[in-house]
Design a protein. Sequence first.
Length: 219
Amino acid sequence: MTIKIKICGTTSLEDARLAADAGADMLGFIFYAPSPRNITPEEATAIIRTLRDEMGDSAPLMVGVFVDEFVERVQAIQAQAGLDALQLHGSEPPVEIRLLNPYAFKAIRPQNRGDAEGAVATYSRVLPDNPAIPQFLIDAFHSWKMGGTGQMADWSAALVVARRFRLMLAGGLTIENVAEAIKTVNPWGVDVVSGVEASKGVKDPDKVRQFIETVRANE
């Protein structure tokens, strides 16, 4: 199985080109003002259009990351920027996933296996009918930060979900631990932010390339 690789927290055309050229399957753009990797719809639109002009059909899928945003604004940004997928990373109810189908998938931050099973029970009836995107993303739990913390997700909880659904594993992945994560969880895809950065919002070219190479070597 080819593992999908999402490089998230894209804030510049330079970093988008870097990740795409290195072989990323997806680029993530965070539309959440409190995030140090926040990007405006206008900035994301310019990056996405340029990359698609340069790469055509070989361009990565473009994923918008939203946290408790109004459905209407999510749809407006999707239309403006040309997003292929929508990652809902807050406390969005299942009805919002349904309203944004077939583009939306739910990110969850379980503290343990029970949390993961509860989230699956809540959202499994509104999973995206779209094999190109994950059905769930699991990130590390944090009491108030929504992601990009560098903390590791609960892999035992992730394994429960990965056995039944297309799971994208996030949360503290790095060049050093992604091979073990793949072996342990067997996810559909992996998502990385802080693990390939030189500073918050700025990618490290060597880390991006090495991360993708490590994933490919451990599929």
